[in-house]
Design a protein around this ligand. Sequence first.
Ligand code: AMP
Length: 199
Amino acid sequence: MTRLLLIGPPGAGKGTQAARLAEIYGIPAISTGDIFRSNVKNGTELGTKAKAFMDAGDNVPDSLTNELIRDRLEDADAQDGFLLDGYPRTTDQVRELDSFLASHGAALDAVVELEADPEVVVARLRKRALEQGRSDDTEAVVRHRLEVYSEQTAPLVKIYASRDVLVTIDALGEIDAVTERITEALVERGIAAADTTSR
Ligand code: AMP
């Protein structure tokens, strides 16, 4: 049972690493950004409400986000652990997650911070814009998302550091190398990969 959280600026490679870590630890990767994007794509009421915030590079209001993540964490596949990618993003969301976990007698095992230079992430996101055509990957919106990150999300790093669950990883370099840094740092904290031989 492993409960992890991935935190870092847009473009640090959270989505890529989340998919790999989910596989390694045998837990679902839960990305609020992905959930919002699929709602936008399917034209749901939530998607309609979230779209303008996303396109502007602003956080979707907590009132929409907290309920969504509560529902997702209640799903059967999240009962034996999970990896949250992109949530929590604000101190209010931390409080919300804390109360959710406390009411389930659970706690986070580690918070992995992916650290990356802002100019490098801007360049990465420029490349992703060409490859994936995400509407929030234009240069102006990317810069705004970085500001939103440093104002609203970066303070979370201190909160988790003070709780002694923070692991900071250099997110630059090859994808495999970054994954290895993360798994090694987690082993040091006593968090091992899932035993896939028994599954
Ligand atoms: P991401 O895929 O994590 O970069 O998220 C893309 C966009 O979805 C963000 O810029 C926000 O508009 C929205 N979003 C994702 N996660 C959250 C969250 N936890 N709280 C508020 N907005 C979010």
